[in-house]
Design a protein around this ligand. Sequence first.
Ligand code: PLP
Length: 391
Amino acid sequence: MIYADCNASHPIHPEISDYLKQRLDSNLFANPNAIHSRGRQLLTGMEKARKICAENLGASPSQVFFNSGATEGLNTAFHSVLKPLINDGHRKTILVSAIEHHCIDEICRYWQSFGFHTVTLPVTPQGLIDMNSIQKTLKSLSGKVALVSVMSANNETGVIQPYAEIAALCQEYRLPFICDTCQTMGKLPIPFNQYPIDFAVLSGHKIGALTGTGILLVKSPASFIPFIMGAGQERGKRGGTQNYLGNETLAFALKIMEREHAQADKVIKARLEFEHVLKTAIPQTEIAGASSVRLPTTTMLGFPGIHSQALQIELESRNIFVTTTSACSDNEPSSSKTLIAMGYNDSIARSMIRISPLLSNAVNDYPLMLEALIKSYRHLSKISDQSVHPD
Ligand code: PLP
């Protein structure tokens, strides 16, 4: 079996699974905010985890807020920036890119009811946010922008965005910058305090920790306005009893991912070879953002004329698990907005699947996936030929 859908959810690392089993068997439970020794023991463990996460992410422990994942983190960041601007008559524009995750679209829609509106930045055909356009937009909207929210890497194509340049521009214009780092945090070294990024997010399930865990990194915690009110947890900034065990798995997973990152160059080479050989065998293969720098293990590809769902099912019959566009929108009938923003027509966009194997297995997986893709293509082309020219 090849699981190649890590951009949707990464399997829990075996070491973490063992650790969890052992922790559950130990029957050590309590509220980490309780004053008795068991509570203090758990709080100490969680604070140790916070310190490890902070070190790994280039932040200080006071900038790390444990939560349920990137969606919550992004909602919180928007809330913290926009709430004080509700009665501001000028700063009403939210600047986002055309390829942000669906949750950003929904957050922007929510804030429309408070008088904010969205300006969408285009991307190039190679899937990169257009820097010229962002510069022009910032100049023309001077004094009207409330925040800029752009992702560090796209979840579908894996294209790594010019987040550092965008962060510097935001600093120049004194604008809050929210970076959806869900696909990079823990996967690529992006030290938080090296960049003028105001908010960054992490989802535990994208890095092999427990699902439903995550981190919001906040550059200036003192001025940060909470989104979930509670009983003072997370220094009064995120209510609700913490998922201490889940938060420990975040620290564990970040350490594992850091170790695995040593293989990234080898994996990128294997991925490029896989894409090259596939394109040589099937020249009409379309690879989204092929000449852009991408996440080491992400390929979005399609064979024009063959529907993505047929290819996905065919690969699944060969025990290879991939997805069509992003997992959250797998059941949606519409084409990927990322691919449409890159200029693909509807028919090619509907042929694309996303392949994102485990970094630790990728070098072995690519040759097997290559063989399966070629066989699947031949099989599906035969079927579509027969349906066009029935005997
Ligand atoms: N942002 C990006 C780029 C993502 O890929 C995802 C998940 O697919 C999210 C945000 C939302 O993450 P979660 O569902 O873990 O909250």
